[in-house]
Ligand binder design. Structure first.
Ligand SMILES: Nc1ncnc2c1ncn2[C@@H]1O[C@H](COP(=O)(O)OP(=O)(O)OP(=O)(O)O)[C@@H](O)[C@H]1O
Length: 260
């Protein structure tokens, strides 16, 4: 099966600190992964590495068939969609929603390049597919946080990425907005042309069944990786977290974890 990511003994050092330690991790087309980790586990650093913003200090990293050191990073970045709340600060928030989505085609913040009516229609179509039809025509700055996240996912999809990174997309969402967003993600995952999804979170209950594979990251190290059914258990998570926990089974094979 075609590989999406291939980390072989990847380490990242900054000064005296080793931020990521001996990461060995391979993902393939049609696999959706979730990375679970507490604050400071190294999740963002790992994502920045996948996106070519940081390079391994040692080890070999291959992303979408390109080996770091032998591949064009700008070309690689065009194949990766990245949704994070940090991106919101950089957007032209006065733009209408469809223009924000359209900017994803050019991997730019605003739209500076020539676009066609077909591009605009495509942007609207993606918004509709993401359940955001009612957002068309609105200015981004008036949207709620949940609506903004939907727009950012649509924006990332505009470039038809092979890999879509969802970096803590539920941050700042209330209970119901979070469920709406997660259901949109689940629908996206079901689409035959969906990119491989990589979902990063602090919370087990956000890990939908469409994330068949899970990585548990702690202190820059992969503690466990594998099938969600094997890893999202009280026994495994009790070993993973640094303090006692209790779990509660939710619907759709989801699991909530609380400190004991
Ligand atoms: N450039 C850097 N120099 C030194 N330390 C760094 C650097 N970048 C990150 N770190 C440290 O590496 C660790 C991992 O950071 P990272 O932001 O990747 O964690 P995270 O899992 O994304 O955390 P959070 O969930 O809080 O966003 C942290 O302790 C952070 O302080």
């Amino acid at each position: 099966m075609t590989k999406i990511l291939d980390f072989q003994n990847v380490t990242l050092e900054r000064g005296e600190r080793t931020i990521l330690k001996n990461i060995n991790w391979t993902t393939h087309v049609k696999e959706n992964w979730a990375i679970l980790g507490l604050n400071g586990a190294g999740k963002t650093t790992l994502l920045k590495m996948i996106h070519g913003d940081l390079w391994p200090t040692t080890g070999r990293l291959e992303v979408l068939g390109g080996v770091f050191g032998h591949t064009s990073i700008p070309e690689l970045q065009r194949k990766i969609g990245w949704v994070s709340t940090a991106l919101q600060d950089a957007l032209h928030v006065g733009d209408r929603v469809e223009k924000i989505v359209l900017s994803g085609k050019f991997a730019s913040i605003g739209v500076y390049e020539k676009y066609t009516q077909a591009d605009v229609e495509q942007a609207k179509q993606i918004l509709r597919q993401m359940g955001g039809a009612e957002l068309i025509g609105k200015r981004y700055q008036v949207l709620s946080q949940g609506e903004r996240q939907t727009v950012l996912i649509a924006r990332a999809l505009m470039a038809r990425p092979q890999l879509l990174i969802l970096d803590e997309p539920c941050n700042g969402l209330d209970l119901f907005a979070r469920e709406r967003l997660l259901q949109r993600v689940a629908k996206l995952a079901e689409a035959p042309d969906s990119p491989a999804l990589l979902f990063v979170s602090h919370y087990t209950e956000e890990l939908l069944p469409c994330f068949q594979n899970v990585m548990l990251l702690r202190d820059g190290q992969v503690i466990r990786q594998g099938k969600r059914t094997d890893l999202l258990t009280e026994a495994v998570l009790s070993d993973f977290y640094p303090a006692p926990i209790q779990t509660a089974a939710l619907s759709e094979q989801r699991l909530a974890v609380y400190p004991r």
